[in-house]
Design a binder for this molecule. Structure first.
Ligand code: ZN
Length: 200
């Protein structure tokens, strides 16, 4: 998965244009809009993204079809589990160094679930913000600020309280700035779509 994603950076058309934002790179208009909204409302987010950019490191935020399209021939298995809402994948060099993280956001699945439960557009967008905050601020940026796999900020371990896990604590700090509620579990209860699905 990591090697496919590494190739994606060099081959995806329009990538240079998307990099104008610095450390956060996305081409999908929905993702770009949400990333802009989060940055506008969160000083913590802006500070971490800017720090990663100064280090020359980046987060590539992709949709599942973008991962598959850029992965190319013979790599149709690349991408995320179709049941996952999102995933952050560090690209490691020499088994240790991390200069880039790929975050895949399953926009079709998120939209489907919200359509099924009849959400308002604002509920869909708020969930997308929560998911982006978790994957990018909770997982991707800690790798980039450390520059190694040792920077991993984990989800709750078995038996650990969610509120004590690194990724959830970071997620909640940015959620607080944006008024997006507080996540208190390891699963989906902190999302509006929790009433329809139980996977994250
Ligand atoms: Zn996580």
């Amino acid at each position: 998965m990591a090697s496919a994603s590494t190739r994606a950076q060099g081959t995806a058309p329009g990538w240079a244009a998307a990099s104008a934002g610095g450390a956060l790179q996305a081409t999908h208009p929905t993702l770009r809009a949400r990333l802009g909204r989060i940055a506008a409302g969160s000083a913590l987010w802006r500070e971490a993204v800017e720090a990663a950019g100064k280090l020359g490191r980046r987060v590539m935020v992709l949709t599942p079809d973008q991962v598959q399209a850029s992965a190319g021939e013979g790599r149709t298995g690349a991408g995320i589990d179709s049941n996952l809402l999102a995933e952050a994948m560090p690209i490691a060099h020499d088994g240790v160094r991390v200069n880039a993280v790929v975050v895949v956001v399953n926009l079709p699945l998120i939209a489907d679930v919200h359509a099924r439960i009849g959400s308002l557009p604002g509920e869909h967008d708020a969930d997308l913000d929560r998911i982006l905050i978790h994957e990018i601020y909770g997982h991707a940026l800690p790798y980039l600020l450390s520059g190694t796999l040792a920077g991993r900020c984990a989800d709750p371990a078995e038996g650990e309280r969610a509120s004590q896990a690194c990724a959830i604590q970071r997620e909640n700090a940015v959620r607080a700035e944006l008024g997006l509620g507080r996540r208190v579990d390891a699963g989906l209860q902190g999302l509006s779509l929790a009433r329809a699905t139980s996977r994250w």
